[in-house]
Every structure is written in structure tokens, then in C-alpha cells.
Design a protein around this ligand. Structure first.
Ligand code: ATP
Length: 254
């Protein structure tokens, strides 16, 4: 469960001027797979994720989640954005249990799961804190726990660590590797960051500038379980060189 299929999906935004954001996207993601979308700003990465989240509608093509056409948002697809959308007036614990409570899950069913999630994200001792008392990285940890508390079949992550400093970002990448390793949830992860895409994913889809197309799919076969130590392996560096060349990224002239 948690399978994703984009079949010839295109998206045009109409307004004063039309914007062809995505063109002919074909992408099949299997259960438990971790796929990164990598590409320049404005290439349609967020649009692709928003279609799958059910926030936007396709213009052409078919988009299936677990074999059913995506028509609206749903708890089977948990979305994590750059800034965790926490309720500032609720404690960490109340934020994490909010979704299951609203869904009518019984307290007995959500309580042990939520406690475990807080442990997994290293925030057991902050259960009673308010979001304002937390750092950006801690807030993002709560955001992830909050989404996972809904037991989604897929996690849709849109630059979730983009606003964090380099060191916090590394620790969040490690956390996500560990969470994914233990839960096996399907993940679609949007990023600009080549290192992040290689470290985390089973497969990287490189997108072109607008209109967004998938121009290259690169399987990443670095051994798992991975850790941030993988960032310095020779294999990792070889992947990076190849992707930089695919994306035509080169050192700026001095
Ligand atoms: N609601 C909208 N209405 C009109 N145009 C839009 C809308 N949403 C996105 N676009 C346009 O579609 C294109 C793709 O945007 P999108 O945000 O998906 O790109 P992105 O790859 O995620 O960029 P970034 O990495 O900068 O977030 C852009 O040109 C953007 O301006």
C-alpha cells in the first residue's frame, strides 16, 4: 500500500497568462519506496507533490494512489512542508494527537503510538512544551510526528529541511533515514539539494526547467541502512558528480 502512479500527467495553471508547470509526467512509485524529485526552482516539483496531495487538479493524464484516482486530500497521504504547520496554542503532545483525535480514533489506540512517535523524534521530554519554546528543527520533528500519527501510507515532503541550518539539517536527515527504515512508508521527497537526494532516496527523478518534465531517473544503490557518514563515501561522490553533470551544475567562473 502507498503506491503512486502518474500517467502522462500535465498541469497548466490558467489565469491572466497560462503557465505550463508540468508536461507529460510518468512516474510509478512502489510500496515503501523513497523517491526524490530534484530540479531547479520553478520546475514544478511542488506542483507535482500538490497534485498527489490532492491540493491541485491535473489538467491532463491520470494520477492514481493505491490504484484510485486522486481527487482530494486524505489522511492516507501525509504532507510535510518546509515550516511545520503546528497549532501554536497547543502543546507538542496535543499537536501530535490532534489528527487521530479529530478522526475519532480511540484514546487507547492513539496514545501509545503518539508516545512512541515522540520518542522516535527525540521529543519525549518536550511533550508539554508549546511550539514557540522549540527550535526550528524541533518544530519540524513535531511536524513529522504529527503527520505519522495519522498512519499515512505515503509521506509527501516538500523541502522539509530547507529552512534549517546545515547541522540541524543533517540530524533531521538521519532521523528521517531511521524513521523510514523502521516504518517503511512510501516517501516522495522534493528537494533542491543533490546531497540530500542521494543520501535519502532509492531513486532520484531529475526534472527539467519549466515546463517540468522528468529528464533522468537515477537509481541510488548505496547500501542501507544509511547514515550521514555515507555522505563521504567514494560511491556517494561518484553519484554526485554524475547528477551535477546531468543538471549541468558546475563551479562558477572566478
Ligand atoms: N497556483 C499557481 N498559479 C499559477 N502559477 C503557478 C501556481 N503554482 C505554481 N505556479 C507556477 O508553476 C511553476 C512551477 O512551480 P512550483 O512551485 O511547482 O516549482 P518548484 O520546482 O517547486 O519551485 P521551488 O523549488 O522554487 O519551490 C512556476 O512557474 C510557478 O510560478
Amino acid at each position: 500500500m502507498g503506491t503512486i502512479a502518474f500517467e502522462s500527467v500535465s498541469k497548466t495553471f490558467s489565469g491572466q497568462s497560462e503557465v505550463r508547470a508540468l508536461d507529460g509526467i510518468n512516474l510509478a512509485i512502489g510500496e515503501g519506496e523513497f523517491v526524490a524529485l530534484l530540479g531547479p526552482s520553478g520546475c514544478g516539483k511542488s506542483t507535482l507533490l500538490n497534485l498527489l496531495a490532492g491540493f491541485e487538479k491535473t489538467t491532463e493524464g491520470t494520477l492514481l494512489f493505491d490504484g484510485k484516482t486522486v481527487t482530494r486530500p486524505g489522511p492516507d497521504r501525509g504532507v510535510v512542508f518546509q515550516e511545520a504547520a503546528l497549532f501554536p496554542w497547543l502543546t507538542v503532545w496535543q499537536n501530535v494527537i490532534f489528527g487521530p483525535q479529530v478522526q475519532g480514533v480511540s484514546r487507547a489506540d492513539y496514545e501509545s503510538k503518539a508516545r512512541n512517535l515522540l520518542k522516535v523524534v527525540g521529543l519525549e521530554s518536550f511533550a508539554d512544551a508549546l511550539p514557540v519554546q522549540l527550535s526550528g528543527g524541533m518544530r519540524q520533528r513535531v511536524g513529522i510526528a504529527r503527520v505519522l500519527a495519522m498512519s499515512p501510507k505515503a509521506l509527501l515532503m516538500d523541502e522539509p529541511f530547507g529552512a534549517l541550518d546545515a547541522q540541524t539539517r543533517l540530524s533531521m536527515q538521519q532521523l528521517l533515514l531511521d524513521v523510514w527504515q523502521s516504518l517503511g512508508t512510501t516517501v516522495l521527497f522534493v528537494t533542491h539539494d543533490i546531497d540530500e537526494a542521494i543520501l535519502l532516496s532509492d531513486r532520484i527523478c531529475v526534472m527539467s526547467a519549466r515546463p517540468g518534465r522528468i529528464i533522468r531517473t537515477i537509481p541510488i544503490t548505496l547500501p542501507r541502512p544509511r547514515s550521514i557518514a555515507s555522505l563521504t563515501s567514494a560511491e556517494f561522490v561518484a553519484y554526485k558528480a554524475r547528477i551535477m553533470s546531468d543538471m549541468k551544475v558546475s563551479a562558477a567562473p572566478v
